[in-house]
Design a protein around this ligand. Structure first.
Ligand code: SF4
Length: 207
């Protein structure tokens, strides 16, 4: 299966009650299907539900700025949510909704094969770490899983609601950049050429 097939198979998903609670559309995910870095948020909000893309409102704009601070751009990464349909009035996803939708996130991860998954906020972090941990305890640290590393971060929307978290989030993206710098392949050095002047016989070939 390729990523587009999975997206298509969810277009009219009715597997959980969010299908009947006022969603406009399923918000599958967006970005580079071969990305080595994935960002995973909680669930679509109003703007995401309208546009069909994760992180397009004010939180999305802040995320773009934070990505730029870590030398990342949207076309290098893939962004998805744990829950693909907007919960009414942006309420927290309910356990049965997470349970039903999580397998599709795991399939996305299996198809994209990222090396690093940055979880944004408590929900995504707890869902992927598969344990009840507070985001403030685990944020900006690397957790080595079987197939990828999880790097939890605060959700950008939290920094929009509580301005004092913005500096923390910026600091944490600095730590993400340091992690990426430590683990990125150095650019190949320019080839060292050692070319002897042509012998007369070689020059004849071009005469
Ligand atoms: S939230 Fe997930 S499981 Fe529920 S209807 Fe949407 S796509 Fe299907």
């Amino acid at each position: 299966m390729i990523l587009q097939d999975l997206a298509k198979s969810l277009q009219n998903c009715q597997r959980c009650k969010l299908a009947t609670l006022g969603r406009t559309q399923v918000v599958f995910g967006v970005g580079n299907p071969h990305a080595s870095i994935m960002f995973v948020g909680e669930a679509p909000g109003f703007n995401e539900d309208q546009k069909g893309e994760p992180f397009v409102g004010a939180a999305g704009k802040l995320l773009n700025d934070l990505l730029a601070s870590a030398n990342l751009s949207r076309d290098q990464i893939y962004i998805a949510n744990v829950i693909k349909c907007r919960p009414p009035n942006n309420r927290d996803p309910e356990p049965d909704e997470v349970e039903t939708c999580k397998p599709f996130l795991m399939q996305q991860i299996q198809l994209i094969k990222p090396k690093l998954v940055c979880t944004l906020g408590n929900w995504a972090t707890q869902t992927l770490l598969d344990r009840k941990v507070g985001i403030t305890k685990v944020k900006a640290q690397a957790f080595y899983m079987k197939d990828f590393v999880i790097f939890p971060l605060l959700h950008p929307a939290a920094a929009l609601h509580q301005g004092n978290l913005l500096d923390t989030l910026k600091e944490d993206f600095k730590k993400l950049k340091e992690f990426l710098d430590r683990h990125s392949q150095p650019a190949p050095a320019a080839p060292v050429l050692n070319i002897e002047p042509p012998q007369p016989a070689q020059m004849d070939l071009f005469s």
